[in-house]
Design a protein around this ligand. Structure first.
Ligand code: EPZ
Length: 427
């Protein structure tokens, strides 16, 4: 497995281009299943998760052609050969469940593997299933698969309230409702920019949707959807991640394509911590105010609250802050696996259930550490940028799922970072 070597040290200066959002692209791609006309996505990120979704759609019979070095995805699904999403693809990526709603809405049936675990286990999909049942779907769970069937006349519009806010369940329900008969009203929906982007693309395809970005969405089902060309919204998580680089190391970095509205709550926290964010014509310019970063408390919440996907990265900043900060993770269980790795670098962190208390130290020390998940991996790189000495991050395949060209982007602003290809014995 490849490793990334980071040598801590100086301030960072320059610009980092921010890519299209992984989590928008992963829900936009299944839209090809809702129409027999061509759907083209531009500003697509070059990531392994996108390649996994491409393989899944191709396994169903969709055509997905990657153009312009992966930044354009040209898709069409006029002759699907299967409505079954196999475990061997779904197990790699939880977002595979997002083909369920579209398959059901357009073809009336679908067989989709459950992601790792089961419908009600860790990171379940029960909220996805309940919303589809509200539209008349009959679901049978067996052998690790969801066997789904729509009523003879197709899915029916329904009034449905989500007991807790779920990004993926909102996306599945929205895509299914677009072709259902009649009106669907969804309450307590997710308000993330990725949901807004999905609604805007669906509207371009002829869907009738109101309320995206608020807690209630109303969808007037139509009988068919057209093709479209749609630009993937900027990745607010990649944006927030790179905004933290000058915050943790010093210097000034302009994140090209960044928009304040995508990271408003995050910017409030950065301001509290002593980080300057200025809007420019090209994006967001970030620098550390004079003096040491101040410790701040963080609670992760559904958008527009502080994003859970930036919690690990923020913890890295808090490790060398002046004071003690408490990070409360309210969205995803067991999302502090980066804490023991940061502790290996000299951080002082106590984890109790959903709370992590970080006592800031003057300096971290480089050490060999292990990436445990996508966002934790980049948190360790951020910590390594500010640490004394060398940090070696293992299992960087986690990184490739959600961050394109990390080494190039950070070297572009002066970071001392390189990727070491693993030399296997037979090479
Ligand atoms: C999306 O996951 C993102 N992934 C995640 O980003 C992100 O962390 C998460 O939203 C929260 O913002 C994609 O968009 C592909 P949820 P999703 O359904 O949709 C519980 C990354 O790093 N829940 O909003 O799976 C669930 O266990 C990834 O890019 C149920 O109980 O998240 C969690 O505690 C990681 N039943 C909470 O809801 C369900 O049916 C929020 O999950 C679904 C979810």
């Amino acid at each position: 497995m490849d490793q990334i070597i980071v040598r801590g040290g100086g301030a960072l200066h320059g610009e980092i281009p921010i890519a299209g959002a992984k989590n928008a692209c992963l829900t936009l791609m299944p839209l090809t299943l809702l129409t027999d006309q061509p759907l083209t996505l531009t500003n697509a990120p070059r990531l392994s998760d996108i390649r996994t979704m491409t393989s899944l759609l191709q396994s169903l019979g969709s055509e997905v052609v990657s153009l312009q070095d992966g930044q354009v995805l040209a898709m069409s699904s006029h002759d699907l050969t299967s409505q079954k999403a196999d475990y061997d693809i779904v197990r790699k990526m939880r977002a595979s469940i997002l083909v369920l709603g579209p398959l059901l809405a357009r073809y009336g049936h679908a067989v989709v593997s459950l992601p790792g675990g089961c419908a009600i286990g860790a990171r379940p999909v029960d909220l996805h299933l309940k919303s589809l049942e509200a539209m008349g779907a009959e679901l049978d769970l067996r052998d690790g698969y969801v066997f789904a069937k729509a009523p003879a006349g197709g899915l029916r519009g329904a009034a449905h309230g989500f007991p807790i806010v779920s990004v993926g369940a909102t996306e599945n329900a929205l895509m299914a409702a677009a072709l259902a008969q009649g009106t669907t009203v969804l309450k307590n929906v997710a308000r993330e920019p990725e949901i807004v982007d999905l609604a805007q693309c669906l509207r371009r395809m002829g869907a009738r949707i109101e309320g995206e970005g608020t807690s209630t969405m109303t969808i007037e089902g139509v009988t068919q959807l057209n093709g479209a060309t749609h630009p993937v919204v900027t990745d607010r998580i990649e944006l927030g991640t790179y905004m933290l680089a000058p915050a943790i190391c010093g210097g000034e970095v302009e994140c090209l394509g960044g928009r304040i509205d995508l990271v408003a709550t995050f910017c409030e926290k950065l301001d509290e911590a002593g980080v300057d964010v200025v809007e420019t014509e090209r994006g967001l310019k970030v620098s550390r105010k004079n003096g040491r970063i101040r410790a701040v408390d963080v609670v992760t919440e559904p958008f527009p609250g502080f994003p859970t996907d930036l919690q690990a990265q923020m913890m890295a900043l808090m490790c060398t802050a002046d004071g003690t900060s408490v990070l409360e993770e309210r969205i995803v269980e067991n999302r502090f696996m980066h804490a023991p790795e940061l502790t290996r670098m000299g951080a002082r962190i106590e984890v109790h259930g959903g709370h992590a208390t970080v006592h800031g130290v003057e300096k971290l020390r480089g050490a060999p550490v292990m990436a445990t998940d996508l966002r934790a991996s980049v948190g360790l790189i951020l910590a390594g940028l500010a640490a004394e000495g060398e940090t070696i991050v293992g299992r960087v395949y986690h990184l490739d799922r959600g961050y394109e060209k990390v080494v190039r982007k950070l070297r572009g602003v002066g970071a001392r970072i390189e990727r070491i290809k693993e030399v296997t014995s037979d090479e």
